[in-house]
Design a protein around this ligand. Structure first.
Ligand code: SAM
Length: 942
């Protein structure tokens, strides 16, 4: 040991230990050591006699800069010494450099000095042991724990470039701190000093046992190795990205070494995130993984099943063809042979090509799985069943509709009650603003009685009769069978048996509700200026068939008042808005509703019908049998009967069946009956006629009367009950009769008359012929233009059936040809005027029943004149006395207006003259019919 120390000392003396490669031994005392280390540059090892002992320095950390080669040379010496002496250097006296004067052999620790300046060599690597060992993180402290200035702590042992001397003498550069650290550690371990590089300098709390320390060092090395291998690329990238621009630049320069590592990796797929592994697609069904191999098998099975199904379907669909094929043995046999051959070859042949899957369609709709009812009418009420029977399209054909089945039960009802098409609310097409308006255009929304008209009205039978209640049931809904409807009485709270909810016979109330709020759509009509007929009215929305459109309102005046107005007030007017309203009343719409502007057409789309609403007469325009579209001009048939041929106007309606003039509807001209031979024959004939009529009544033929034959006798439909029991079925018969009439009432404003005659033969051969006549007529009387330029006499005007009251009455075809008088003085006549429900009964003198109109009965005319003195017979179309006619004619002449008569069929019999006047209309009808039936029975017995 001493020799070794001496050797070191010698070396020092010889100056072989250069300042940078020399071993800096610790000073003998802490203070001096500190002073020396701080004061002197750490370039030399002061191996002086006073500080020869390193062990005197307890802080081993002072050896934090040891040059490796020096240790390499020193440590074996120390080891040898230890082995020789058998001593072990205690910790804290690790290296004791004994002062040995004996010269030690020179150790070529350092190559000969190149003579370079120390400063130039400062760039050589210097190993900071504390850094290498990781102890620098604990801070730099003095021995007593004070913080030390970094510059003052530079106790680095520096020297020549660290080299390891290899066996072959070549110098091996130790260029990494890890290797250097390892080398130092190896030296310490070899010396068995129990130190670690981070040993004494490390605070006690952080010190670890040797084993742990070594493992920690190992970990450090390993970590370094990993980093250098380039694995944590992302870490570097992250670091870079987290750095500032400046820092990044700095690092980029320094990263040149790192980039080299990274560059190697850049070529790898892993670096480029390229996954070369095959991608496996998995199939999932209903949340379960599907094994592809199993699925293939399943598909095969399904295909096989489908093939079978298709074969079965084909067989079902085309059995004859298959049969034909089978029959055709010549064709089928070779094919079979071929099939057999194919079957034989099947095992060896490749599997058949996969067939295209046939898509399955759902063909049962929403109601799949439900059995359709065998009886489709199940659940329908009587009315619906009737309707179903009338719509053959809905009757099941036997073939079930699988593609689009109806919703069960409700579907059929939907079709029965549904409409073809319902336009949405906003389909309203009014004319743009600025349309021309008539000069004097005042409106009146409600009728107003003027003068004696109110008193007249109160005398009419329907003033009281309207209140008789109908016998409808809620399910009937006051439809066509409703007695009120038949009589043209609107139902209300007083006369309806059904109630507002179910009642369908409340047109005027509906109209009021519709127009109450106003608005163009609700009103639904507007004025327009036609090119050739003055003003007109058009719809600006659609209307259903028979739907009420608007009311014709104005002042209700008497005929006298009408004449007065025409002579005095309207004498200079070109156009009058006067319409015969009821019996001897006229509605003057000069101040009234827009309906007065509705023009005439020979093919109209509307009807003007008079109703009794709450006991008051009201007239309204209704849609015809077909629906009315938006923008159509509204028209109705005036059924004009010009008072004078001079006043006949040319019709400009433009319809294909235009009559040419504003005249009455053409009527069927019946051939005149042969003149009667004698009373007996005539009685027999009338009896036969009565029988026939009654038979017709009971037969219940409900056919509608032809429009062109308004005066045609009508067969009245009766119920089956009437046929069986005549006596008890009188009411039903009346109802049936009314039912037969109602369709005509609804569809046209024309006359329908049904005569039932009965003759009673007595022993004295006195014959009574009772003519039952039911007339449903809307009495329309229109007063047209005065001195109209269009008013030219036309042949049609001459043929007017209504001209009988005028001096030209002889020219009337009706007057000439009508075989029956409308009212016979002998006959007991039951007259129901559609709007007025007048039940008139009058017995005519014997033998006058069949006399034509050309021979009107004076008696009746007189009686009528007596009953209703103010009534103008001409307006009613009834036979009247020549004086009355003359009077009327003269009055017309005085007033140069031409009178247009409607089909007035009201006989004008006062209800007071009837024995059954106190009873309701229905009761009276029943009474008359039962009487007829009784008469028939009597006849039969005779
Ligand atoms: C009640 S007003 C109808 C409104 C009339 N267009 C107006 O401007 O006041 C009846 C008159 O209109 C005319 N008129 C109506 N319909 C007609 C038609 N089809 N052909 C010719 N003129 C007609 C006739 O002059 C008739 O006297």
């Amino acid at each position: 040991m001493a020799a070794a120390m001496a050797e070191v000392a010698d070396m020092a003396e010889m100056g072989t230990l250069s300042s940078e490669s020399s071993f800096s031994g610790p000073p003998t005392d802490a203070s001096s050591a500190a002073a020396s280390l701080t004061s002197t540059p750490p370039t030399t090892v002061s191996v002086t006699p006073d500080n020869m002992s390193l062990a005197s320095e307890p802080d081993i950390s002072k050896l934090d800069a040891i040059t490796g080669p020096l240790l390499d040379s020193v440590i074996p010496l120390l080891e040898n010494e230890q082995l020789e002496t058998g001593q072990r250097t205690p910790v804290g006296q690790a290296i004791v450099v004994a002062e040995d004067p004996a010269p030690a052999p020179a150790v070529p620790l350092d190559p000969p000095s190149t003579g370079r300046a120390r400063r130039a060599r400062a760039s050589l690597p210097v190993y900071n042991l504390s850094k290498l060992s990781g102890t620098d993180v604990h801070g730099k402290r003095r021995a007593k724990g004070d913080a030390v200035n970094d510059q003052n702590r530079r106790r680095t042992i520096s020297g020549d470039t660290l080299v390891n001397e290899t066996k072959d003498g070549a110098d091996e550069k130790v260029d990494t701190p890890a290797e250097a650290s390892k080398a130092v550690q190896d030296v310490i371990d070899a010396l068995n000093l129990g130190w670690s590089i981070a040993g004494p300098d490390t605070p006690k709390s952080n010190r670890v046992p040797k084993k742990a320390k070594s493992s920690a060092a190992q970990a450090t090395l390993e970590r370094r190795a990993t980093r250098l291998s380039g694995a944590p690329v992302t870490t570097v990238a992250t670091t870079l990205s987290s750095l500032g621009k400046r820092g990044r630049k700095t690092l980029d320069k320094g990263l040149s070494r790192m980039a080299r590592e990274l560059r190697r990796l850049q070529d790898t797929n892993e670096f480029a995130h390229i996954d070369t592994r095959p991608v496996l697609y998995t199939v999932w069904k209903n949340g379960k993984y599907v094994d592809p191999s199993q699925e293939e098998e399943q598909e095969k099975e399904e295909t096989a099943e489908q093939d079978e199904e298709e074969e079965v379907e084909e067989a079902a669909l085309s059995p004859p063809r298959k049969k034909a094929k089978a029959d055709d043995s010549t064709v089928a046999k070779p094919a079979k042979k071929g099939e057999e051959e194919v079957k034989k070859l099947e095992p060896s042949s490749p599997p058949p090509a996969k067939k295209r899957r046939v898509k399955k369609w759902l063909d049962y709709g929403l109601y799949a799985g439900q059995e359709a009812p065998a009886d489709i009418s199940r659940g329908l009420n009587l009315q619906e069943r009737k309707k179903l029977a009338s719509i053959p399209e809905l009757v099941p054909s036997g073939k079930p509709n699988k593609s689009l089945p109806l919703p069960m039960f409700n579907g059929l009802r939907l079709l029965l009650h549904g409409r073809d098409f319902k336009l949405p609310f906003d389909v309203c097409n009014p004319l743009p603003p600025g349309q021309p308006k008539p000069a004097a255009y005042r409106t009146m929304t409600k009728n107003r009685f003027v003068g004696d008209a109110a008193a007249y009205w109160k005398k009419t039978p329907h003033f009281n009769d309207f209140s008789s209640k109908c016998v409808c049931k809620p399910e009937d809904g006051c439809a066509e069978d409703c007695q009120n409807r038949i009589m043209l009485y609107e139902c209300d709270e007083t006369n309806c048996n059904v109630g507002k909810v179910h009642c369908q016979n409340r047109a005027f109330q509906n109209l009021q509700e519709r127009t109450k709020k106003g608005g163009r759509y609700r009103v639904g009509v507007e004025l327009l200026k036609t090119s050739d007929r003055g003003y007109g009215v058009r719809s600006n929305r659609c209307f259903e068939p028979n739907q009420i459109i608007m009311e014709y309102t104005g002042e209700i005046i008497t005929e006298e008042e009408c004449e007065r107005r025409m002579n005095e007030v309207y004498k200079d007017n070109e156009c009058y808005y006067l319409m015969s309203f009821d019996q001897n009343m006229i509605i003057d719409a000069t101040t009234g509703s827009i309906a007065r502007f509705v023009n005439h057409s020979c093919s109209p789309n509307c009807r003007m019908i008079k109703w009794i609403v709450s006991g008051q007469p009201r007239m309204a325009l209704f849609a015809g049998d077909r629906p009315i579209q938006t923008g159509e001009e509204l028209t109705y048939d005036y059924n004009f009967d010009p008072f004078s041929a001079k006043n006949v106007q040319k019709c400009l309606c433009g319809s294909p069946n235009c009559r040419g003039v504003l005249g009455p509807k053409p009527k069927e001209v019946k051939p005149p009956k042969p003149p009667k031979q004698d009373k007996k024959k005539s009685v027999k004939g009338s009896v036969k006629a009565g029988k026939r009529k009654l038979k017709e009544l009971l037969a219940g033929d409900g056919d509608e009367e032809d429009e062109s034959n308004a005066a045609k006798k009508r067969k009245i439909k009766t119920t089956a009950g009437l046929k069986k029991s005549l006596s008890s079925a009188s009411l039903k018969a009346a109802k049936g009769a009314a039912k037969g009439a109602v369709t005509t009432i609804k569809r046209k404003v024309s006359s329908i008359s049904v005569n039932a005659k009965t003759a009673i033969s007595s022993k004295k051969q006195t014959t009574k012929t009772t003519a039952r006549r039911i007339t449903t007529t809307s009495v329309l009387k229109m007063y047209g233009k005065k001195g109209s330029p269009k008013a030219k006499a036309s042949p049609k005007a001459k043929a007017s059936p209504k001209a009988k009251a005028s001096p030209k009455a002889k020219a009337s075809p009706k007057a000439k040809a009508s075989p029956k008088p409308k009212v016979s003085s002998r006959s007991s006549s039951l007259t129901i005027v559609a709007a007025s429900s007048t039940v008139a009964k009058a017995k005519s003198p014997k033998g006058s029943a069949k006399k034509p109109l050309s021979q009107p009965k004076k008696g009746l005319a007189a009686a009528k004149a007596k009953d209703t003195p103010k009534k103008t017979a001409s307006a009613k179309g009834t036979p009247k006395s020549p004086s009355a006619s003359a009077k009327t004619a003269s009055s017309r002449k005085r007033t140069p207006t031409w009178k247009v008569l409607g089909s007035s069929k009201d006989d004008g019999e006062s209800p007071k003259g009837s024995p059954a006047s106190a009873k309701s209309t229905q009761s009276r009808m029943a009474l008359e019919l039962s009487r007829s039936a009784k008469i028939r029975l009597v006849e039969a017995s005779e």
